[in-house]
Design a protein around this ligand. Structure first.
Ligand code: 3PG
Ligand code: MG
Length: 399
């Protein structure tokens, strides 16, 4: 398993060479204003981009944003990201208004040494995510034509078998960027021999997204704490009524089965904050999980749950956290996520926060990022890594 790195590429010399960098600039945008609400993923690729600029490369950056359906869709344009990236780099970023068309060709051709271009959203092209090898390959050919070498720094997308992640590296000399290397280095500590107790906290809305990782982690972890929207399917599996809370009915049986096999490792909420509606100003109360009224929905875990989870986290030596405990974007339902985040920072543990949402929560709640061991830029990617799955983007770099 040998992956060449950015340092190997820099040692060869990149001055005057075109280097195509796959980044994950899929940042959250404010629904009303369209402004970037968290630029963590842009900051995370600065070390790689800065090194290439310094070395005099012509840097061509590509990324996806959101999930447009294979055709241009203005709400998913990367233009605002080009602006922000330019501010952070301290030099303008040349923006191509298409991905592999006339604008991209001339933007790349006009780059001077040490300049940076950003191509428009990869997913405006059906070839990027196509399941058809030939269609993906044809798009990869067009992308690869913009580089003399390829750097993958898109850790958040390494679990996707997409043209820019999987097929382009087969066409160009390829290396892993600084972010991808650091992420893999940190996550491999968790899959290797983590110091114990090893406690995992999972939240977020969908159980179905997390099933595979729960299955994979159960034998390994000492405690698995479950909050967020997904906890209600587990509570239902325990025979409790969950009102109008988020519920994946077809997952109840699976959750019951997991609980039975978990040897008591799984810890569920004992109280939740229930509201009349999914709204920031909805009337709300804290209730015990066996007293959720039929017409109300749970939007956060309650204080007793935070206390119980805190007690489980405090002796931990290794912690992985993915997914908010509640609707932290609404102040009335942010206390659970804040409480758990604080408990993680207080534990004397090596802590890893995985997932765009949890990382954004840490920053949105004004918590000190440096009090966590590592904040991953990958959500699905970090989960699939922990599951032990082969990641297409990493496999492509190994070849
Ligand atoms: C993410 O936000 O998880 C990554 O950018 C990957 O995006 P995707 O889930 O739409 O492939
Ligand atoms: Mg995702």
């Amino acid at each position: 398993m040998s992956i060449r790195t950015l340092d190997d590429l820099l040692a060869e010399g990149v001055a005057g060479r075109r280097v195509l960098v796959r980044a994950d600039l899929n940042v959250p945008l404010d629904k009303q204003s369209g402004a970037i609400s968290d630029d963590g993923r842009i900051r995370a690729v600065l070390p790689t981009l800065g090194a290439l600029v310094e070395a005099g490369a012509k840097v061509v950056v590509c990324s996806h944003l959101g999930r447009p359906k294979g055709a241009p869709d203005p709400q998913f344009s990367l233009r605002p990201v080009a602006g922000r990236l330019g501010e952070l780099l301290g030099a303008p970023v040349h923006f191509a208004t298409d991905t592999v068309g006339d604008s991209a060709r001339s933007t790349v051709a006009d780059l001077a040494d040490g300049q940076v271009a950003l191509l428009e959203n990869l997913r405006f092209n059906a070839g990027e995510t196509s399941k058809d090898e030939a269609e993906r390959g044809a798009f990869a050919d067009q992308l690869a034509a913009f580089g003399d070498a390829y750097v993958d720094d898109a850790f958040g997308a390494v679990h996707r078998k997409h043209a820019s992640v999987f097929d382009v590296p087969a066409r160009l000399p390829h290396v892993a960027g600084r972010l991808v290397l650091r992420e893999v280095e940190v996550l491999s500590k968790l899959t290797g021999d983590p110091e114990r107790p090893y406690v995992v906290v999972l939240g977020g809305s969908k159980v179905s997204d997390k099933l595979a990782v729960i299955e994979a982690l159960l034998p390994t972890v000492d405690r698995l704490l479950i909050g967020g929207g997904m906890c209600f399917t587990f509570l239902k599996a325990q025979g409790l009524e969950v009102g109008t809370s988020l519920l994946e009915k077809d997952m109840v049986e699976t959750c019951r089965n997991l609980l039975e096999r978990s040897n008591g490792k799984i810890l569920l909420p004992v109280d939740v904050v229930v509201a009349d509606a999914f709204a920031p100003d909805a009337a709300h109360d804290t209730v015990r999980v066996d007293g959720i009224p039929s017409h109300r929905l749970g939007l956060d875990v309650g204080p007793e749950t935070v206390a119980g989870f805190t007690a489980a986290l405090s002796p931990a030596k290794t912690i992985f956290w993915n997914g908010p405990m509640g609707v932290f974007e609404m102040p009335a339902f942010a206390a659970g996520t804040r409480g758990i985040a604080e408990a993680i920072t207080k534990a004397d543990a090596f802590s890893v926060v995985g997932g765009g949402d949890s990382a954004a929560a840490v920053r949105a709640l004004g918590l000190d990022e440096t009090s966590f061991g590592h904040i991953s830029t990958g959500g699905g990617a970090s989960l699939e890594y922990l599951e032990g799955k082969a990641l297409p983007g990493i496999a492509a770099l190994e070849n």
